[in-house]
Design a protein around this ligand. Structure first.
Ligand code: FES
Length: 101
């Protein structure tokens, strides 16, 4: 598994998404209000809305386009909508945030 540094923890704002490009991959990073950092694919399974621009509530993000609710933990779209996004493991070490691919 490859581990790539994508941010410094102090540069992430709570509940504000940040998009990170890694080659062809675009990831949305979120620092939740409990301090945990989550990384998911930055594209809504509905019509590709940029999830990094969504509103974060608890561990969910609401897509900015049509408000689908997606869990940043397992990537599942919440009912009544359906689908899922890829999630990535995050590690934090010495203030650095890494995504594992
Ligand atoms: S594109 Fe995300 S809800 Fe429609």
């Amino acid at each position: 598994m490859e581990r790539i540094q994508v941010a410094y923890i102090n540069n992430l704002s709570e509940r504000l998404g940040k998009s990170v490009k890694l080659g062809n991959l675009e990831i949305a990073l979120f620092k939740l209000s409990n301090g945990e950092v989550r990384a998911i694919e930055n594209s809504c399974p509905h019509k590709g809305g940029l999830l990094s621009q969504g509103i974060v509530s608890g561990e969910h993000v609401f897509c900015p386009l049509h408000d689908w609710k997606i869990c940043t933990g397992d990537g599942e779209v919440q009912a009544p909508d359906e689908g899922c996004v890829r999630t990535y493991k995050v590690e934090i070490q010495d203030e650095k945030v890494y995504v594992c691919l």
